[in-house]
Design a protein around this ligand. Structure first.
Ligand SMILES: Nc1nc2c(ncn2[C@@H]2O[C@H](COP(=O)(O)OP(=O)(O)OP(=O)(O)O)[C@@H](O)[C@H]2O)c(=O)[nH]1
Ligand SMILES: [Mg+2]
Length: 177
């Protein structure tokens, strides 16, 4: 018998997950992802052309997980590019701007687009959704926060989907994503 048997190599593969961002143009999707992955804020609006990509690693217990984020353009013009990226998604960040009620109302349309692209056999049951109420601190959040909590539709949303308040221009809360 060997006195010092060779140590067994750690063969655990690192896990990967695919996350996508969805929401109207200019609600701040790319800023949230940049804040999360690169810890920086870009004040100038640079519309995403089709898809942007962000990657980061998170530690869950003893396991390192690579989070691949596909940041979708919110402009309707890019529908043809976006629709290629819905499949195999494990997590969705739905973003609206607290100062734009229409961006909150549009969340349903975004889910409908995803459902349509995945088709009748696509399974959304195992996808984890989170809503990001973004641009908190810009003065309008009380009004839209009220909509979110007190309207029947809004309260249904917040009961069904975990909702986070976020502000990409300040450090701190996007980290909680
Ligand atoms: N004050 C404030 N401005 C923000 C915040 N998040 C984003 N912005 C600004 O909102 C504008 C739009 O941000 P983007 O992240 O590019 O928006 P987007 O949703 O990715 O837009 P598309 O790529 O066109 O779909 C930019 O001028 C940002 O600087 C925030 O939390 N607070
Ligand atoms: Mg963008």
């Amino acid at each position: 018998m060997e006195a010092n048997p060779p140590k067994r190599k750690e063969t655990r593969k690192s896990l990967r997950i695919k996350v996508i961002s969805m929401g109207n143009a200019e609600v701040g999707k790319s800023c949230i992802i940049k804040r999360y992955c690169e810890k920086r804020f870009v004040p100038k609006y640079l519309a995403t052309i089709g898809i942007d990509y962000g990657v980061t690693k998170v530690q869950v217990r003893d396991r390192e997980i690579k989070v691949n984020i596909f940041d979708m353009a919110g402009h309707p013009f890019f529908y043809e590019v976006r629709n290629e990226f819905y499949k195999d998604t494990q997590g969705v960040i739905l973003v609206y701007d607290v100062g734009q009620k229409e961006s909150f109302d549009a969340l349903d349309t975004w889910l409908a687009e995803m459902k349509q692209e995945l088709g009748p056999h696509g399974n959304m049951e195992n996808v984890v959704f989170v809503v990001c109420a973004n641009k908190v601190g810009c003065g309008e959040e009380m009004r839209c926060g009220h909509i979110l909590i007190s309207s029947p539709w809004g309260s249904l949303w917040s009961q069904l989907v975990p909702t986070l308040l976020s502000s990409s221009c300040s450090k701190g809360n996007v980290v909680k994503l």
